[in-house]
Write a protein that binds this ligand. Structure first.
Ligand code: SAJ
Length: 443
């Protein structure tokens, strides 16, 4: 974008009000927006949360946190101090100069990006866009979304980005369950339509983040996020394929990884598992490969990794079938307990969890399936309601225990003491004494 003449000050002088306060609206109060809103409030900003879900709005205004990662006391204090409030009414945007859009970007069933939440949020923001405002998109999306989808909708009213208002992209880096890195101490990338837009975004995020890293465009910022998560998805796909290779060669993949980790440079450990879960890693790379298909480029690496990762639930069920077969048992009629249905350890989120795919595949084969997960008290799947099995009753009645998510809360020694057979997809039994009468097979 050329050096547009700007009618808004370059560093966003209007951003900080006469009384020294800054006002910011966070659209979308999920696992990204709520922690961000709270961190802005803790940085002294006047924060307005906007969400279409009345329950979230009510909870926030009551100081109740609905996310494990958002401290209820801190939320309650910010609300009590008048620094944070929430509403479903976009008209409230009249009372702010800065807007961060943190809405979901799922995939459609056709594996194409679903940016409908972005479009809906941007169209609401456009109705209230005023000279001097900054709009930042945070939702993970394909490179070009800010310029191709957000920009025209915001400029439709006649105001021009970089001249009358600022527009940038800043990828979210929220890692659910991570107790070491949170909003404030995780560097934040920001890329604006113009240099002034970038500077304005950097100034805004300095209220919530210790380090803000500018890049030259929204497209670059969109790509940074996809590089980060595609890197993970491809390396997980690689190690999943190596696990299958090692199984064919009679090699213990877990021993190989532990040994490779001794290399102090040039290697980063990833671990095989039952597949890819969560709202980021299985989805973000497919946003990139979808975009590349529109420019007639096939992202072979990304699509191959997605194929391998999405096949892991089937591979695990094949392995479980073989393990039961060793005991002359068929899957059909066997009682199988899944340990952990959340998508990763110590979180409650089951979105895209491979454990759900495995549970469904085993049900279709006629297994009598149960699960135990301290973070997921009940589950609706394929029209059936499941309640988490209480491990206090032991696991001896199950023909096979399948470790799908290795929550820290699991007492693996107690489980091994009462299990007949354990198929371990997470190396959760590593280093444990295997009692007589219990057989453990690892991925
Ligand atoms: N997984 C493996 N093997 C691995 C690592 C992960 O099978 O070696 C599986 C997990 O079990 C899970 C899925 O992949 O099902 C995703 O796990 P994840 O550790 O990547 O966790 P996420 O999905 O919460 O990813 C987030 C991402 N954060 C953001 O997008 C802001 C990601 O960029 C982080 O790197 C990741 O957390 C993290 O480091 O924990």
């Amino acid at each position: 974008m050329g050096a547009a003449t700007s009618r808004v000050s370059s560093a966003g002088a209007e951003q900080v009000r006469e009384d020294g306060t800054i006002r910011v609206a966070v659209v979308g109060l999920g696992y990204v927006g709520l922690p961000l809103a709270l961190e802005f409030a803790r940085g002294g900003a006047q924060v307005l949360g906007i969400d279409v879900d009345e329950r979230k709005v009510t909870a926030v205004n009551a100081g109740h946190s609905y996310l494990l990662d958002v401290d209820a006391d801190a939320l309650g204090a910010a609300v009590a101090d008048g620094l944070l409030s929430a509403t479903t009414d976009f008209n409230a945007l009249a009372g702010t100069e800065n807007i961060c859009i943190c809405v979901p970007t799922p995939l459609r069933k056709s594996l194409d990006p679903d940016i409908s939440h972005i479009v809906a949020a941007v169209e609401e923001v456009a109705k209230h866009l005023r000279r001097g405002m900054l709009v930042v998109l945070e939702s993970t999306t394909y490179p070009g979304t800010t310029e191709e989808i957000v920009l025209p909708r915001l400029e439709a009213g006649g105001l021009k980005a970089g001249v009358d208002f600022h527009l940038a992209f800043s990828p979210e880096r929220v890692d659910p369950g991570n107790t070491r890195y949170a909003i404030r101490n995780t560097p934040k990338i920001a890329g604006g339509m113009t240099r002034a837009c970038t500077e304005r975004a950097v100034k805004l995020y300095q209220f919530a983040v210790d380090e803000v890293v500018p890049v030259h465009s929204p497209r670059a910022a969109e790509m940074v996020k996809l590089l980060e998560n595609t890197f993970r998805a491809i390396n997980i796909g690689l190690v999943n394929e190596l696990a299958m290779i090692c199984n064919h060669l009679g090699i213990d993949i877990w021993e190989v990884i532990e040994a490779a980790k001794t290399k102090p440079f040039g290697y980063i450990p990833f671990y095989p598992g039952p597949g890819l879960g969560g709202h980021c890693i299985p989805i973000d790379p497919l946003y990139l490969s979808w975009k590349l298909r529109t420019v007639n480029y096939t992202a072979r690496f990304i699509e191959l990794a997605a194929t391998i990762n999405s096949n892991m639930p089937h591979y695990v069920v094949e392995q479980v079938t073989d393990v039961l077969n060793t005991d002359r048992k068929s899957v059909n009629g066997s009682r199988i307990l899944l340990l952990g249905v959340a998508y990763k350890p110590d979180v409650a989120d089951v979105r895209e969890s491979p454990a759900l795919d495995i549970l469904a595949l085993l049900r279709r084969k006629g297994a009598v399936v149960a699960y135990s997960d301290p973070y997921v008290p009940e589950l609706d799947l394929l029209g059936e309601r499941y309640a988490s099995h209480d491990l206090a009753h032991g696991v001896k009645d199950f023909d096979l225990v399948l470790v799908t998510t290795n929550h820290s809360a699991f007492d693996m020694d107690a489980i091994l003491a009462s299990a007949q057979v354990v198929y371990d997809t997470r190396n959760a039994t590593a280093g444990r004494k295997i009692p007589e009468g219990c057989r453990v097979v690892r991925l």
